[in-house]
Each structure stands twice: as C-alpha cells, then as structure tokens.
Design a protein around this ligand. Sequence first.
Ligand code: ARG
Length: 463
Amino acid sequence: MSAAANNAVSGPDGRLWGGRFEEAPADALWRFTVDTSDRRLLAVDVAGSQAHVAMLRDVGLLDAAEHDALRSGLDAIAAEAAAGAFDFEPGDEDVHTAVERRLGELIGPVAGKLHTGRSRNDQVAFDLRLYLASAGRQRIEQLREMIAILADVAEQHADSIVAAYTHLQQAQAVPLGHQFLAYAWMLLRDKERLEQAIVRLEVSPLGAGAGAGSSLPLDPARVAERVGFPRYFDNSIDAVASRDFASEYVFVVAQCMVHLSRLAEELVLWSTSEFGWVTFADSHTTGSSALPHKKNPDIAELVRGKAASVLGDVMALLAVQKGLPLAYNRDLQEDKRSVFHADDTLSLALEALAGMVATATFHPAPPTAWVTALDLAETLVGRGVPFREAHAAVGALATRLVGEGRALDSVTVAELTAAHVGFEPDDLRCIDASGSVAARVSPGGGSPSSVHSQLEQLRTYLA
Ligand code: ARG
C-alpha cells in the first residue's frame, strides 16, 4: 500500500497532492499562493462534504461502514467549526485541504475516500455558492429591516412639507416622507435583485470534478437535493470555470451600496446647520477631537466612503475572469477577496445606517415659496393656456421679483393678474407649499395621499 492509501495526506511533508512531488514547496510559493480568507467557508465546505458522502453511499461508492465513519468525522468537524474550535495548520493549503487533513486525524485512512469523484475545483465553486446563498438571505433580511425603518419615518413625515430638489436647487414642494420612500423603493429593488441572484446561485457544481466529470457513477442531483439547491450544473466545465454568479452578487451589493451612499449623502447634507433637517442621536454620531461643539455624521460619511471600494470589488472580480482559458485556473482563488469584502461592507453599512436613521429626529425646514412656481403655471394650464406660455409668464414674474430681491410669496394680486390675463385674484392661494402638495393628484407624485398609498403598497411587497 502506498503512503497515500494509508493516510488521508501524502507527500514529503504531508501535502495533499504530495505524491507527485519529491521536494517540499518553497516558503515563498506557500506564502504567495495560500489564501487564508477561505477559512470562513469551513461550515459550507463541510456541509458539501456531508452531502457528497451521502451520495457516494447511495450510488455504492461507499459501503455503510465507510459512509458512517466519514459522516461521523465530518459531523465532528462541523461541531468544531461551530464552536470556533477548528484548528488550521500552516501546512493547510486551503480550507478544503484542512478539512481532509483533520478528517484523516479523526477517522484514519478511510478519510482518503472523501475526495472520491470530486476536485477542489467543483468544491470551491460549490462552497462559494452555498456561502453566498446564505449571505444573500441575511442581506435580504437586513434590507427588509432598513426599508421598514424608512417606511416608518416616511409615515411620520407624510405631512411634513419640504423642498424637493433638482440640481440642488429648491424645485417643488413634497412631503419629506416622499423622499424617504424614494430610497425605500430603490432598496426594495436591491432586495429583489438579491432574490433573483440567489436563483442563479443555487445550482450545484458538485459532480463536475476537476472539470470534465468522472468515470464513477456520480449523482449530482442527489447532492444538490441534499444541500437544498433546486438544480445542478448542465456543463461540467462551465460549473468549475464560471464565476458570473459571484459577479452578479457583487454587482447587486455595489448597487445597494450606491443607494445607501446617496441616502448617506442626503443625511450629511440635511444635518448641516444650513439645512437643519435632522439631529442624530449621540449614540450614532462621533465627536471632534479639536472642535468642542461638533457632532459628526461619521456613519453616513463612511457609508459613502466605503461604497468606493465596493465598486472596486465589482471591477476586480470581473477583471480576474476576463482572460481565463477554460476551465479552472488558480486566478479564481482571488474571487473570494472581492466577494467577502463587498458583502461584509454591505452588512456593516446596513446595520449602522439603519440604527442612524431609526434613532434620528427629523425636523425639516419649510421650503421657500418658489417651490410653487410650477403650480402657478399649472393653474393657467388648467384654464387652457399652453404650458409654454404659462411657463414664460411665471418665469417673467420670477425675473422681476428676483431683481427686486423679493420672494414669490410677496407678490400682490395686481402683480399676479398683470403677469398673465388668465390669472384670477384668488390664485394667490396657489403660492402655498402645503396647498401645492395637497393639490398634487398625479399617481406616485409627492402628496400626503400618495405617501400613504405607497406605504400600503410597499408594506404589501415587504410582507
Ligand atoms: N483555494 C482554491 C480556490 O480558492 C481552491 C481550488 C484549488 N484548485 C486547484 N486545482 N488548485 O480557488
């Protein structure tokens, strides 16, 4: 019997693939090629192995005793992993090797049967898929929570009238709640995108082996079923070579970070003394080491700042794949850095920002009267005046008032009726932000009733 058959590991210093080698790996090779970031795949790696050995027994590649030995060893490793008591060793090339090494220590030579009909190539693709499917579900829960918080604040501010901005200039009056709901809808789409990404994640690559399948009677469908994946691969090369499932996940995460970053920017802006729309809780702001009066919105600033490197993760992950020949190449090991970094960042950002919004006090300032300029023009439109003519009349009135250093609400009846023959004295009423908001009837527009119907719709989708 060869050394390999006697032990789960083989080679001069115990490397898994050592049988082919007469020299031990150089330290520089080891330092360069070993990536310990995959250690967080330990639990999913063991779960995949548990499903794999069950399949091997079902198809007759393991007898019952062998299966039971492997299963008990894997269960013990799963328990060690759950207790944080699994010890990695410097000689472990990756998480897969570490598990096989540990299995050999626990159950002896029969551990050598674990890798039957399997390669680390299909194994690592599987691990990442299972990891992301579960991470994705956690992010979905966090998004659900964040959306619910935004909905609650929106409801509290369904009647708080503020300016909606275009070009950061006051444009039209809206309830503050309408602005919060804009973010809620963005995040709801991110949640949907994650749900759809999970459909493409839950495809098992196990059974693809190194890339071409196996001469052994493997049953990938059974493995998929045991891990709860609805499908398995159609093409073994595609199964081990492709990482579009990871690119898609990281894109969705990046898009979500961009949405959070925009919300964060809003919060920073609103918290300035110039805006004065929000006060953050002490627990969710930080102080200045130099300026005694300050409370800084650091969570929001860091959501904005950290979004930058997540955008980089999308690029890095795509770039890793772009020049690879089929099928597996070690380059793919780099996928995990981008995926973990992006996902961890989103998780922490959602947690921190949710707390910041939930504990904040919003006290928005009323808009200037200029936000009703369009309403004034639309009053004429309602009387049959072409919009362009109405726009010109109100525009000319605005030019005059601005020239005199006056606001729109200082206009007199005489000035208004002189601005266009279609104006009636009573139209002065239109120059009122809350009247403007209440009169807004277009579906999905910025009015209190729209805020309430959006809330109803949103909460139905969330339920
Ligand atoms: N650590 C490797 C990765 O993350 C696992 C697969 C290694 N496969 C191989 N043929 N060397 O991609």
